[in-house]
Ligand binder design. Structure first.
Ligand SMILES: Cc1cc2nc3c(=O)[nH]c(=O)nc-3n(C[C@H](O)[C@H](O)[C@H](O)COP(=O)(O)O)c2cc1C
Length: 307
């Protein structure tokens, strides 16, 4: 399926793997790229040198393009922004802010810049600053979210900008891809389904929690402070909700969740850790390789779209 996004990124399929903190490391990114999608390394809060090492390890596993997600709020954002240039990365997605200050440097290096947005206003601003495309991410997604759903956000962003739009949030099979295309998207970004990929280094407890999840098993913490995060319900989300209701400050709650995603991803603590995952977790029922996931989804999407 050729779109402006497959052309822009030089990939076979219009599928991007989300640059997920702690999850999107070199094994996953390389496997997705090898299967014809675009694999991303999640910069998260990691120092520049850690991201550099991840990029180099991914390049040992694949000669295909890979990208990096730069978290603009990270204390290391400036370093990571330079590392992607030095390492010859050709695609950057950005989260949590405005990438304007890096735009000239990235453009000069031939990097395609794709900010993640949760509103029409931000999408338009990113287009004005020179973004090559945007990821319109709905609140069904795992991780940090906005308030608009994918169904409402994608067509409104598509109408508001002329650059191509990538839909994210709640897409877990070919039906989701076909639906996103009907809304005007030219590619999709997928997070939760890739968390349970065979090549994903996420602890088996985490993967099994997603595989066993029902449709209603996710919860959003942090809404009252304007920092909503979607994860699967557990002791941590219940404790968080209780403290949030009691009026604890954002700083106190942040302190409580410090390092809890790493604890779930690496140690498999799915009781007190943060098990970030989207609402589509209820539909994800088995571990497969990235190639199986991509081929199965594309075959179904192409059939539905009559291509
Ligand atoms: C465990 C996890 C961690 C995530 N971390 C990030 C991140 O660091 N940066 C980012 O831009 N998006 C992050 N996301 C969002 C994904 O990149 C993607 O947009 C989202 O998962 C898509 O929705 P889905 O989960 O319904 O497929 C994260 C998602 C998950 C599930």
């Amino acid at each position: 399926m050729k779109t402006r996004i497959t052309e822009l990124l030089g990939v076979d399929h219009p599928i991007i793997q989300g640059g997920m903190a702690w999850v999107a490391e070199h094994h996953l990114a390389a496997a997705v790229s090898e299967a014809g999608g675009l694999g991303l390394i999640g910069g998260a809060n990691a120092p520049g040198e850690v991201v550099r090492a991840e990029i180099r390890k991914a390049k040992e596993l694949t000669g295909k393009p890979i990208g990096v997600n730069v978290m603009l709020l990270s204390p290391h954002a400036e370093d990571v922004a330079k590392v992607v240039v030095e390492e010859g990365i050709k695609v950057v997605t950005t989260g949590a802010g405005n990438p304007e200050k890096y735009m000239d440097m990235w453009k000069a290096a031939g990097i395609k810049v794709i900010p993640v947005v949760a509103s029409v206003a931000l999408a338009k601003r990113m287009e004005k600053y020179g973004a090559d495309a945007v990821v319109a991410e709905g609140s069904e997604s795992g991780g940090h979210i906005g308030e608009q759903t994918t169904m409402t956000l994608v067509p409104q962003v598509v109408d508001a900008v002329s650059i191509p739009v990538i839909a994210a949030g709640g897409i877990g099979d070919g039906r989701g891809i076909a639906a996103a295309f009907m809304l005007g998207a030219e590619a999709v970004q997928i997070g939760t389904r890739f968390v349970v990929a065979k090549e994903s280094i996420v602890h088996d407890n985490y993967k099994q929690r997603i595989i066993k999840a029902k449709d209603i098993d996710s919860a959003v913490t942090g809404r009252s402070h304007g920092h909503p995060v979607r994860c699967l319900r557990n002791q941590m989300t219940r404790e968080y909700a209780k403290l949030e209701q009691e009026g604890k400050s954002f700083e106190e709650l942040e302190y409580m969740t410090l390092g809890t995603l790493r604890k779930a991803v690496q140690e498999g603590d799915i009781t007190n850790g943060t098990v970030m995952a989207g609402q589509i977790a209820g539909m994800i029922c088995r571990e497969q390789t990235c190639r199986e996931i991509i081929e199965e989804m594309m075959e179904q999407a192409e059939r539905l779209l009559g291509r």
